[in-house]
Structures are given as C-alpha cells and as structure tokens.
Write a protein that binds this ligand. Structure first.
Ligand code: NIG
Ligand code: FE
Length: 388
C-alpha cells in the first residue's frame, strides 16, 4: 500500500540532486512511501496519487536521526558522579566499574526494559536508527547477553568487551585482552556487526595503542567492522589507528593534533563528535570547524550512557553542536542524519531520496533550523507512515 505524505513545508532529503545545498531541501514538498521505502519525492503540486494520505500540515520533515553511538544495555545510574563532576571532579572512566557491577547483577528483563525505554525515548525525539554497544558486562556471558539483548532492538550492535579492564583483571591487561580477543569475541561475534575499543592511554582504566590494535585486528578477523573510542580525554593513538585500520568511525575526537586531522583527511574514517559528553563532563568541546574546514566527514551522536552523557536526545546534540562547536544548523542536521549513516556505512538511511528507507522525523516547526533555534523544546518525533 502506498501513502502520500503531504503538507511538508520543508523536506530535508540530504540528496543534493533534489534541492539546494547538502541538505537537498525541497520546499512545499510531498513524498510517496511504498512498502517502507521512499517511492517518489518532489514539489506538492506534482504529487502522484496514492492509496492513503498523511498531511503533516506545514511541518518540516527530515530523515530520522541516525544515532551511531550509544551504550544502552546497563543497570543503575550515576547521578552522584555527575554531580561531583559539575563541582570539578574530572572524568577518567573509573565510574564504569560501578555500572559493570550493577549490570552483571541485573536479570535480562531489567536490562531489556531499560533498553527498550531508552530506544522509545530516542524514537520520541526523532531517532530511527540506533547503534548499541555492549561494554558493561566484561565477562564472556555478560557481554554475549548484552549483545543478544541489543540485537532485539537493532541490527547495529557493537562488541565493546574492551571498554575498560574489569576489577578482577586489575594489573593483568594482557590476560584480559587475550580473553576479549579469544573466547569473548567468539561468543559475541554472532550478535555483533561491529567491534569497538576504548583507546585512551590518558585513562588508567582503558587501553593503549597496541592493546587497541590487537582488539580491532581480532574483531576484523572475526568479520566485524571497526569503530574506535579515541582521543576523548587527551591526545592519543586512537584516531590514527582508526584511520590506518580503515575503521568506519572514530568517536569523541576531542583532543586532536595536526597529524590526527591530516590522517582523517587522508582516509575515509568518519569523525563522530559527541557534544553531550562534553556538556556532561565539563571537558572542552571538540573543534568541529577544524575538521569540517579540512574536509573531514563529521557525524553527531549522543553516546547515551549512564556515565558521560545520560541523554538520548539528538536534538540536544544538534543544538550543542551549533552553539558550542560552531557548526551551522545545516551542518549539524546533516551530521545527525547523513553523517550518522556514513559512520555506520549505510546508504539506506540518513537520506530521503527514492529507494531510501522511509524513516521520517517530523518537526513541530516549519524548518530544520528550529532544532538549534529552540533548544530543549520537544519538536522532533519519528513518524510511522503506516500507523501515524
Ligand atoms: O563513550 N569513554 C568511554 N565510554 C563511554 C562512557 C562510559 C561510562 O562512563 O559509563 C563514553 O564516553
Ligand atoms: Fe561511548
């Protein structure tokens, strides 16, 4: 059954062939959706007939947000750690251990209901594709469980057994890396599309360059795509390692040298910026302008997790990117949609040209600009074309 979506004041397609600029904007637009895909896009005056019709009454429509970085399988919360940070206590990854303990102690239903609630929060704010990482289990069984649960809600699942070295392996990093690259990877790979590592020599809890390389190379040998947490807390090898190994994305990118930027320019690894993290840790924001002006592909994601950013809101990331990172509203919206799709190596989401998935985000506003112009206002929601 085909559905005509009419009354679109401004349609962001991210297809420059359909309209001006990288956002490919069509004003006074309509769209036909058939079998979950975009079948036709153009000016309302030229719209063909369809079996059903939804009128969005002068609202803007965007591709649903693609949140390419989140950690949604966990129990407990760390608001006291957040409060301490706001008074000046720095973040170093140490708090992850308390979430690991709470997650190991939780049963499947508790983890599942938290996970589903967060995915629901995201959808209610316009996110239609979400990547979900493991990383709060850190045993073979607990990591495999996290990925099995994550796989119930998304195909974009990431094995992050190398999140931190768990307490029982303190001082035995090499043995833990052997576990991650051996039995843990074997148990997790069937449920994962990606492997990730917290590459951060500046943290006493995370992994250095050689350990990170071992994790990524083992993941690649098991058929997984590569992602990296890099350069969040200080300069480090994460970005250059990610580019060298042709990772799909390197995420955080807060502390970059000229050589890191040069590496990103020379490769096709996406730089995923997570401004909710800097908001929630009082770290300096990444220099998005330096990356964009150099020609690097930039994505925005929430990193939703109980430690560094307990927000599921892509609109807040967009507003922060514009206000604090000097991205234009158009650059930020592109990064939160097409950028996220690039970071997940997807061409069926993050755009609304013919053939794309009809994953729509509708705004209680006439233009995408309102996402940054009206921060904190619940303007965005995912639109289900079949059951609106
Ligand atoms: O992406 N940096 C490492 N991992 C998460 C934070 C996890 C936590 O603190 O619970 C991040 O910021
Ligand atoms: Fe993260």
């Amino acid at each position: 059954m085909s559905t005509l979506v009419s009354g679109i004041a401004e349609l962001v397609t991210n297809d420059p062939a359909l309209g001006p600029g990288p956002l490919g904007i069509v004003a006074d637009a309509a769209m036909v959706v058939d079998d979950g895909r975009v079948a036709w896009v153009g000016p309302a005056a030229a719209a063909p007939a369809a079996d059903a019709r939804i009128d969005v009454d002068g609202r803007a429509v965007l591709p649903g947000f693609v949140d390419s970085h989140s950690h949604l399988v966990f129990a407990g919360e760390r608001s006291a750690e957040f409060e301490a940070r706001m008074s000046g206590v720095p973040y170093d990854g140490g708090g992850i251990a308390s979430t690991v303990a709470a997650t190991r102690a939780a049963d499947d239903d508790r983890l599942r209901s938290r996970l589903r609630a967060l995915v629901g929060e995201m959808r209610a704010q316009g996110t239609t594709t979400v990547e979900v990482k493991s990383g709060y289990g850190l045993t073979v069984d607990d990591e495999a469980r996290a990925l099995r649960l994550a796989h119930e809600v998304t195909d974009e699942t990431t094995f992050l057994g190398a999140h931190v070295v768990p307490a029982e392996y303190a001082g035995r990093v090499e043995e833990y890396v052997a576990l991650v690259t051996g039995p843990m990877l074997e148990a997790c790979a069937p449920f994962a599309r990606w492997v990730d590592v917290f590459c951060e020599p500046a943290s006493p809890h995370a992994f250095d360059g050689p350990a990170s390389r071992a994790v990524l190379e083992a993941g690649r040998a098991a058929g997984l795509g590569l992602r990296v947490h890099g350069n969040q807390l200080g300069p480090g090898p994460g970005v250059q390692l990610a580019v060298e190994l042709a990772a799909a994305s390197v995420d955080h990118c807060t502390y970059l040298t000229d050589a890191d930027v040069d590496a990103l320019v020379s490769g096709d690894t996406v730089a995923t910026l997570l401004p909710g993290v800097e908001f929630s840790t009082r770290q300096p924001y990444p220099d998005a302008r330096r990356l964009l002006d150099a020609g690097v592909t930039v994505a925005l994601a929430t990193d939703c997790n109980p430690g560094t950013c307990f927000s599921s809101s892509m609109p807040i990331c967009i507003a922060l990117a514009v206000r604090e990172m000097r991205m234009t509203p158009a650059e930020a919206v592109w990064a939160a949609t097409a950028g996220g799709a690039a970071a997940l190596r997807r061409d069926d989401v993050g755009r609304l040209g013919v053939g794309a998935r009809a994953d729509l985000c509708v705004l209680e506003a006439p233009s995408y600009r309102h996402l940054a112009y009206r921060p904190g206002v619940p303007l965005a929601r995912a639109l289900d074309v079949v059951n609106p």
